[in-house]
Design a protein around this ligand. Sequence first.
Ligand code: SF4
Length: 367
Amino acid sequence: MVPASRRSFLRLSMTQLPPPAPTALPTEIPDRATRTAPELVCPAGSLRALQMAVDAGADAVYLGLRGATNARNFAGLNFDDAQVRAGVEYAHAHGAKVLMALNTFAAADDVAPWLQAVDRAADLGADALIVADTAVLAHARRHHPELRLHLSVQASATTHAAIEFYRRHYGIQRAVLPRVLTLSQVAHVIRHTSVDIEVFGFGSLCVMVEGRCVLSSYATGSSPNNAGVCSPPSAVRWTERDGSVEARLNDVLIDRYGPSEPRGYPTLCKGRFLVEGQRDYALEEPTSLNTLDILPQLIDAGVKAVKIEGRQRSPAYVAEVTRVWRAAIDLAASRERYAPQADWTARLARWAEGQQHTLGAYDRPWR
Ligand code: SF4
């Protein structure tokens, strides 16, 4: 049982939405002439989502092959070879890049699917691979030296020393930072590495060290790090009882929804449990990271790319969130004064997990 006092830091800076948060005071941008817009990296769980992201202004899209080689291994999601080719063609025709996520850890007894996925990505024309496993990184560097390598958030590299290690040994050109660093820690990392840094700007959060989680392994018997999914569909059970709907992962009751309550995809960390007699979110409240408020500071820190989470979300989510972030990045990088617009906040709130948002670790006051 987790006492209420030890609940997730996510609550610290959380804002209930709607109504939209009041528009922040305009932030004066220092030396705006030298500000470079970071790349906007958007999720594509399907070819339709890819096309909508590109049309809405994504600079790059990231996608995965079907199967366990990527960390969104949901049925009906991801790309076969023909779809990757079509996606690459569409993105390149519109000036966007395609980043392929091969970001789960290879199975100890069969690494072949991960190495073959690297070869397929190269053959299919991906612009970069997003990788966490060192065996996969080594294979890519040795056999496809022309491919850019981005260190996945799954690698949990939070220091410049760790990132430099990956640069020296595997030639990575970009690292995606785990969502556990404060803004000043992000700036510190950037000052001490030549590797481009990408950060998460918007989307769902995970309270573990980026997927290294035994919560769902306990209930389902398979690890998110190898299988690419926290809640495999084969383990998800929905049961109607006395007018409410119960969600389970195998036999573990995760949540019970009233007749008109919105239902989230059942993830063990975001379940409601009885703690000290009170039924509530014991580990993590469903909420979305939203960094629109600190976008100028992220750019000034030297962030080279901003990632939108959500390959498991609908094409409509991808299109709307991409449009808002395109406008925000363009404004923050322009000579105009920047302030998150109420309209952006309201539009993002419609798609935020739990209709709430947070700055997460970026503004936590403790180390
Ligand atoms: S179950 Fe929750 S904490 Fe675990 S990997 Fe999934 S999102 Fe993260």
